[in-house]
Design a protein around this ligand. Structure first.
Ligand SMILES: Cc1cc2nc3c(=O)[nH]c(=O)nc-3n(C[C@H](O)[C@H](O)[C@H](O)COP(=O)(O)O)c2cc1C
Length: 186
């Protein structure tokens, strides 16, 4: 399996960094794109990052492999996904490597998962999400659940990353599933 992970300039860049870390642990070929603003948010929110050993492209490297359907990526995740990038994808504006790669996934009928992070959501955000959902894109908001009784930020991040992996059909035990909890209680 070959996956593109894009990190954009929404709050919650830790979700994207954690997803990349887990994909690496799982030995899944991962190509990363980090937007210009995401780089600044990474500095601000987590104080830097280490994607050594990963293939990482800047957003303006439009000639990178994910720009073409012929590169045969199986799936793409934009995590976190800013409302600007989401709006661009919803409107077919393939002006950087992130939006072009997403455009490719949609036109090729491959899996695309967006993890938006914004609150509150305007009618424009919601209409863009509906449009994408109708085009077969998975909208997986960065909304951690609480039924698994998270012990801290790490558990909350892993819940969203685990749900994202579920969407890609990648087995993981990053969060406690409801059925498992019921079994443990009994
Ligand atoms: C500190 C900070 C936090 C931001 N948080 C969000 C956010 O949570 N969601 C969002 O949609 N945009 C957020 N933005 C705005 C985006 O960074 C902005 O729209 C940017 O153009 C997104 O570009 P990109 O999608 O190419 O990374 C934030 C900006 C800053 C400076």
């Amino acid at each position: 399996m070959k996956v593109v992970v894009a990190i954009t300039g929404a709050s919650g860049v830790v979700y994207g960094l954690r997803l990349v870390e887990v994909l690496k642990e799982l030995g899944i070929e991962t190509h990363c794109v980090v937007s210009k603003i995401a780089k600044r948010l990474i500095e601000h929110e987590v104080g830097g990052y280490d994607l050594s050993g990963m293939t990482v492209y800047p957003e303006d490297e439009l000639e990178a492999p994910p720009s073409s359907g012929s590169a045969l990526f199986d799936a793409m995740v934009v995590i976190p996904c800013s409302m600007k990038t989401l709006a661009s994808i919803a409107n077919g504006m393939a002006s950087n490597l992130i939006t072009r790669s997403a455009d490719v996934m949609i036109k090729e009928g491959r899996r695309l998962v967006l993890v938006p992070r914004e609150t509150p959501l305007s009618p424009i955000h919601l209409e863009n999400m509906l449009r994408l959902s109708r085009a077969g894109v998975t909208i997986l908001p960065a909304m951690p659940a609480f039924y698994q009784k998270p012990k801290g930020l790490g558990d909350m991040v892993d819940f969203i990353v685990g749900k994202t992996l579920d969407s890609l059909g990648i087995k993981n035990d990053l969060y406690q599933r409801w059925g498992e909890r019921v079994l443990k209680v009994r």
